[in-house]
Design a protein around this ligand. Structure first.
Ligand code: DSN
Length: 423
């Protein structure tokens, strides 16, 4: 029987070759970028399903195109499952990904020029949290709070002082590179003090919150929470907005027709399945193991002399300052680790003295290797390989041996949905 892969192989051998190359890269290496994961076979199937053929502008029961019998059902299931899992009144599952998701919240709740109090980019905030190079950074007046001290704590008295001085309309918790958890209640109180909305962007930790191993901002009375669906939640690329009832209409109108046209229903169907799978004992075990693995990886690296931003981790992520540790910038470190099959990303650190394309650190995370079934002993091995590679960066023979070791380790833990090599 001819398969889609056969058709692709003969019809577009260039792209087919890239697909095979990427499959082998994922199979043979280990993914340690904290925002990446290996999704479920069911998600892969739905992303490549006929739901991609369908336009569904509008919302269930109120669409601008016919033929919505199944898409309506899919979107309702996704919304209901999201509300149950995150204890929210309302969910919008249409954002195409993380940036439009956050943009839709700002544009739906605020007026251009309004002030937003958010985490500084180099201290862990995301581009959409007001980086000057982003459109949102021009459209709104972002005021930034920073982490303090070697432990990277957030001084909420200082955040309150900034809020009283600048009177933000929205107070935002959330990060893309911060290896600690937020204490949400003080942020809710600060927002109340100045009459602002309290928003959390939990994109990195959505899966850890869904499973109950990290705190849920909705339990602290936040108005709105955003999360991407492809990081610790392990679903397709996409975004979700969870909110209280009183702002649900504003949020929905802001996503469609305010910012987007038709949602990608293949992704919405895949999000629905992801949310069902996140509400299981197996996923809660996975989330717990993700945190344990991060702690063990941190301990292993610290024992090898590594410098970790904030001194360790309380979530799924680590930031290793290779510049202060080994006088090696994050770009060079990323390349050395790529050479041995460990995929990481270069990372700026708080008030980084180095430029963004050659920053001081690398960022690591355990969601993906935990999905492959790895546990404590494997984190010890990975951390040791990593430290050995970084401290023997110029020694090609050593790096080749470490590369073999990583391939051997990866071989024992298949990527979900990816068959073993057949050559
Ligand atoms: N790219 C995501 C991350 O790596 O954290 C944020 O957009």
């Amino acid at each position: 029987m001819t398969t889609y892969r056969d058709v692709l192989q003969s019809g577009d051998p260039d792209i087919f070759e890239c697909l095979i190359g990427e499959e082998n890269r994922q199979r043979e290496g280990l993914e340690l970028i904290p925002s990446e994961n290996y999704t479920y076979p069911e998600v892969l199937a739905l992303l490549g399903s006929v739901f991609t053929n369908k336009y569904s502008e509008g919302y269930p029961g109120r669409r601008y195109y016919g033929g919505q019998e199944f898409t309506d059902k899919v979107e309702r299931l996704a919304r209901d499952r999201a509300c149950t899992l995150f204890r929210a009144d309302h969910a919008n599952v249409q954002p195409l990904s993380g940036s439009p998701m956050n943009q839709a919240v700002y544009l739906g709740l605020l007026e251009p020029g309004d002030t937003i109090l958010a985490m500084d980019l180099s201290h862990g905030g995301h581009l959409t949290h007001g980086a000057p190079v982003s459109h949102m950074g021009h459209l709104f007046n972002f005021v930034r709070y920073k982490t303090t001290g070697a432990q990277g704590a957030i001084d909420t008295d200082d955040v309150l002082r900034l809020a009283q001085e600048h009177r933000p309309k929205l107070v935002l918790c959330g990060y893309t590179s911060y290896p600690r958890d937020f204490d949400y209640a003080p942020f809710r109180a600060i927002a109340d003090e100045v009459g602002a909305y309290a928003m959390a962007d939990v994109s990195h930790v959505g899966g850890l919150i869904a499973s109950g191993v990290l705190a849920n901002p909705m339990d602290a009375g936040f108005d709105v929470m955003t999360t991407t669906t492809h990081k610790s939640l392990r679903g397709p690329r996409g975004g979700m907005i969870l909110c209280k009832k009183d702002i649900a209409k504003k949020i929905d109108a802001s996503v469609f027709p305010g910012l987007q046209g038709g949602p990608h229903m293949n992704a919405v169907a895949a999000i629905a399945v992801t949310l069902k799978l996140a509400d299981t004992a197996a996923f809660r075990t996975y989330a717990k193991q993700t945190l344990t693995n991060a702690a063990i990886l941190a301990d292993t690296l610290l024992a090898q002399g590594a410098h970790l931003i904030t001194g360790g981790t309380s979530n799924h992520m680590l930031v290793v300052n290779t510049h202060s540790w080994l006088n090696m910038d994050g770009t060079a470190a990323e390349k050395v680790l790529d050479r041995v099959g460990l995929t990481t990303n270069k990372q700026i650190i708080p008030d980084d003295p180095l430029p963004p394309l050659r920053p001081s650190a690398i960022r690591l995370g355990t969601p993906a290797v935990t999905t492959r079934g790895m546990t404590e002993e494997h984190m010890t091995e990975i951390g040791t390989v990593m430290a050995t590679a970084l401290t023997h960066a110029g020694e090609e023979k050593k790096l080749a041996a470490l590369g073999d070791q990583v391939r051997h380790l990866a071989d024992g833990f298949p990527v979900p949905g990816l068959a073993a090599r057949d050559d």
